[in-house]
Design a protein around this ligand. Structure first.
Ligand code: ADP
Length: 535
């Protein structure tokens, strides 16, 4: 007879209840293998079987496997088959035995007499002398994940009542296995995540919406706890720890506020305690657990001390060089003028002097640019004046038009500049930044190309961008464009003059206003340079 768990009508006894109670307790067991062994032991003992075994589907083990426990009556002795033998045995009973029948039909079965039931296959080398058997599936939804078989040496040992009871037990056990499986998977994922976290060389933190620490890696713990102990930090608010290291001041200020979805921040910050510079990136994470939304912050801080030191060194060198070169250069220019006056009648010399003059002009321009960047970067910010932004953009467009017309290019605009009368910026510097971007677009776009200018306000940011249909920029050069002195060497731009300082100046100006510059480009198709400013 076969039975499913849906048509149970068994007369229950006190022992049955005891067995069921023991099985329900297993729901909290989290070691799956131990749990399965326990199911076999309990059921085998409860139904007085000589031998009980479980065949487990490969979904749970990578291959079929078999757990078997043999009971010596009235003794607590158990025998186990393990390793390859277990796999071999499992394959055998699934291919031809009763277990295979139950896997296939997904219902339990009682065999009253193994000699008279064709579902029972006698393996010639089997040590089992079973004459009766009971076999039930452990199911997960539609799938049978394991099959439990109980054997006895006498015929008619198991009956339909036993089958009903075992079907209930098997259902419970399947739930317990599923729980253990889920728990182990979660544990494994958590361990993987932890291993990944700790191998990140950057400072890494995850905070909840109130700025309390959910996760930190070793690098972060080293800065925030004297002993570098991660456990000391979990659950604490970053704001209450930020005094320990100056690098966290701005991060703590951001993460103390309500997390606004989609927002992110990138800025440089310095740890005075460690004498290190970091590039910090803070972004908002969100997730929905059930119907409840959660949000918080992910903080990554990369140590850029070496880069910063080099940059400082370079700036210092440039500053010194530009200062020290100005006086001798002025002297050279002065003497060239004198020589020019004294040699008016010698055309050959006049010709040479024109060339020298051009070269010294170029040098002076270079020095002026370098000093200017230096000045903007370091001068106190008496920058901000109330400006009518729309007027400022229009002035730039008027000034730049002859240049565009001169190259027979088309200038198009998309300006949405209502209600921007009282913007606080330094108008001269912002004009300079805009003109620089547009001049570049004109310079690096062939005749008849199109220069498109966009500007609008969105949320608390003022956006400005210049798109061109010019030569474009190779991908590998994009990240270096805003460095001082960097120029792209590519076919088609050899004849275009420049000093590689314009974009560095733009970046300096925009960052002085606490904004950000960006670029997108496709070689041969054109480039878009832009910036945003906070308003
Ligand atoms: P430069 O004086 O060389 O133009 P910039 O700092 O303004 O100096 O620009 C740096 C480099 O970036 C340029 O040499 C050029 O290779 C590239 N570049 C800048 N703007 C554009 C553009 N609109 N299209 C293509 N390349 C550009």
């Amino acid at each position: 007879m076969t039975i499913t768990s849906d048509n149970l009508q068994r007369r229950t006894t006190t022992e049955d209840f005891a067995l069921l109670a023991q099985v329900s307790q297993m729901l909290t067991m989290l070691d799956r293998d131990r749990l399965l062994e326990r199911v076999i032991e309990l059921t085998s003992r409860a139904l007085g079987a000589d031998r009980a075994s479980l065949v487990i589907h490969p979904q749970y083990h990578g291959d079929w496997t078999h757990l078997s426990i043999r009971h010596k009556t009235n003794q607590n002795l158990t025998e186990r088959i393990e390793g390859d033998a277990a796999i071999h045995f499992a394959h055998r009973v699934v291919d031809r035995g009763l277990a295979g029948w139950v896997f296939k039909h997904k219902v339990g079965a009682v065999i009253y007499d193994t000699f008279a039931d064709e579902r029972w296959h006698i393996f010639p080398d089997s040590t089992s002398k079973a004459r009766s058997a009971l076999c039930v599936p452990l199911s997960e939804g539609e799938n049978v994940v394991a099959v439990l078989t109980l054997l006895h040496a006498e015929p008619n040992h198991f009956d339909d009542n036993d089958l009903q009871l075992m079907s209930i037990v098997a259902n419970q056990a399947a739930v317990a296995v599923r729980n253990a499986q889920l728990f182990n998977r979660t544990l494994q994922q958590q361990r993987q995540l932890e291993a990944v976290l700790h191998s990140i060389p950057d400072v890494f933190m995850v905070l909840d919406e109130n700025g309390h620490i959910l996760l930190v890696n070793d690098e972060a713990a080293r800065l925030l706890d004297e002993e570098g102990n991660i456990d000391h930090l979990i659950g604490r608010s970053l704001a209450s720890l930020a005094h320990l290291d100056s690098a966290f001041g701005q991060v703590a200020a951001i993460t103390s506020e309500v997390a606004q979805i989609g927002k992110n921040w990138t800025f440089e910050t310095r740890s005075e305690q460690q004498r290190k510079d970091f590039l910090a990136s803070v972004s908002v994470w969100t997730s929905a657990i059930g119907s409840v939304g959660h949000a918080g912050y992910v903080v990554i801080m990369r140590d850029i001390s070496t880069m910063r030191d080099l940059a400082r060194f370079k700036d210092e060198m440039l500053k010194m060089a530009s200062h020290d070169l100005r006086s001798p250069l002025a002297l050279i220019v002065g003497y060239i003028d004198l020589i020019a006056m004294d040699t008016v009648e010698i055309p050959q010399v006049q010709e040479y002097l024109v060339i020298v003059h051009r070269a010294t002009d170029k040098m002076r321009g270079l020095l002026d640019d370098m000093l200017r960047v230096e000045q903007i970067r370091n001068s106190p910010l008496e920058l901000h004046q109330q400006v009518n932004y729309r007027d400022l953009v229009n002035t730039v467009l008027n000034d730049i038009r002859p240049l565009v017309d001169g190259k027979l290019q088309k200038l198009s605009t998309d300006l949405r500049l209502e209600h921007l009368e009282g913007i606080r910026v330094n108008p001269f510097l912002i004009r300079e930044a805009m003109e620089n971007l547009i001049t570049n677009a004109v310079k690096y776009t062939p005749e008849n190309g199109v220069i498109h200018i966009t500007s609008y306000k969105q949320a608390d940011r003022l956006h400005f961008s210049v798109r061109d249909t010019g030569v474009g920029i190779p991908k590998e050069a994009l990240s270096r464009l805003f460095q001082s002195g960097f120029r792209v060497h590519q076919a088609g731009t050899e004849k275009i003059e420049g000093r590689g300082l314009g974009l560095n100046l733009v970046k300096t100006i925009i960052e002085r206003h606490e904004g950000e510059v960006w670029v997108e480009s496709e070689i041969g198709a054109g480039s878009t340079f832009g910036f945003w400013l906070p308003v």
